[in-house]
Design a protein around this ligand. Structure first.
Ligand SMILES: [Zn+2]
Length: 405
């Protein structure tokens, strides 16, 4: 038997989160799980353990609820500055125009590399400490070729050595910078200048566009997505947040892995997603703070769309880092999902949203051994204790992460 095999066991509930494999229940109790080389070798009932696993280490997690590491498929971690005043003004009645993004852009451009790396690193560590083991990180507070490239490089520096899987997304088309002649002029720069440079240096896996009224039109988004696909980037989109624009159908046409937000999505949009392979990534935390519409989670799930839940932690509309346990609770309490659906959306769904389904999000042989033992015994705690369920122990690729508790 090879060295370095760990046997995890528990008398509590193990959420294997594998809804598409009929032979395996969604939850096991009691359970056993074998890990070697950072990957899951076997998972099942203790009585069915393969003979003589000969584990080097046995970890009994007792009655704790254990889940796959959470996947946060939508965040904006690289920024400086503070817009709490803007949140207060908005909640006092000022409309959201997104203009505040440019305040963050100014603060981010003015900040040093070291300051930005330090800020992003703390945000990512908060994610890990709260049980998130894979996270998507967008640029988009630079809005010039040099600043967007700097943002993507600094995200990599911030993530370097941290125990989590980071997916980088280029979001040059996040807002129109003050110096641009027009939105379409700037979109042209994104498509013709930024995307070729970023793809050539391998600085991002995805390209994203904020396609909405007051931001980028369908035509602008089409130009950007077309360039991204041509350069070999995968695509995703901020869609239907403020208005129903048809961004969803455009994204599907470009083979988007995910469309995100969808607060304004209608039945035709749900049907279009149901007929596609595109994931719907829903962001209940900013929807709650913005006091606006919530996305049609029930309709999407009932139509068979793969749904992900993510935090959308960012500089302006929701600034909570390490809040995926809250997001699961909001998926249930605010969006009408069951807890099983919400937990699945924050694990299996998040992995699908990032194209990582064969790597993360489930507890199955061959996948990364990313595990979280919670200070809870049942997944219902995510709703009952809204926002206060804590990760007690976290393992990434089979190695325990030292988290501050
Ligand atoms: Zn966002």
């Amino acid at each position: 038997m090879s060295a370095g095999i760990t046997l995890f066991t528990g008398s509590g509930r193990l959420a294997v989160a594998q809804p598409h494999v009929a032979a395996m229940p969604g939850t096991l109790s009691p359970w056993a799980l074998l890990v070697g080389d950072g990957r899951i070798l076997w998972v099942g009932e203790p009585g069915e353990l393969p003979s003589e696993p000969d584990a080097d280490e046995v970890l009994d997690l007792g009655s704790a609820l254990v889940t796959p590491g959470l996947v946060d498929a939508h965040t904006h971690p690289l920024y400086a500055g503070d817009r709490s005043d803007e949140a207060a003004a908005r909640l006092a009645g000022q409309p959201y125009t997104g203009g505040g993004i440019l305040r963050t852009v100014a603060a981010t451009r003015a900040a040093s590399d070291e300051e930005l790396v330090d800020l992003a690193r703390h945000r990512l560590m908060a994610e890990v400490a709260a049980g998130t083991t894979a996270v998507e990180c967008k640029s988009g507070y630079g809005l010039s070729t040099d600043e967007e490239i700097r943002s993507l490089r600094l995200i990599a520096r911030a993530a370097d050595g941290l125990p989590l899987r980071v997916t980088r997304t280029f979001l040059g088309a996040h807002a129109v910078p003050g110096e641009a002649a027009s939105a379409s002029d700037y979109a042209h720069t994104v498509a013709k200048q930024m995307i070729p440079a970023i793809a050539a240096d391998g600085l991002a896996e995805f390209c994203d566009v904020f396609c909405d009224e007051g931001f980028f039109t369908l035509q602008d988004a089409e130009m950007v997505l077309s360039a991204a696909r041509g350069a070999g980037l995968r695509v995703r989109m901020h869609a239907e947040q403020l208005f129903r624009t048809g961004a969803t159908e455009l994204a599907i046409r470009f083979g988007a892995v995910s469309v995100d937000h969808l607060e304004q999505l209608d039945e035709a949009g749900v049907a279009a997603l149901a007929a596609s392979n595109t994931v719907a990534t829903l962001l209940p935390a900013p929807a709650l703070v913005m006091r606006g519409h919530v996305p049609p989670a029930r309709g999407l799930l009932d139509s068979g769309v793969t749904v992900a839940l993510a935090s959308d932690a960012n500089a302006g509309t929701f600034g909570g880092w390490g809040q995926m346990p809250l997001v699961i609770g909001l998926g249930a309490a605010l969006l009408g999902m069951t807890i099983d659906e919400a937990l699945t959306a924050a694990t299996v769904g998040g992995a699908a949203s990032l194209g990582l389904s064969m790597e993360r999000g489930r507890l199955a042989p061959g996948l990364a051994a990313d595990l979280v033992a919670w200070d809870a015994e049942h997944e219902g705690a995510f709703a009952l204790r809204l926002g206060s369920v804590r990760a007690r122990r976290v393992w990434v690729a089979g190695r325990e992460v030292q988290i501050e508790t």
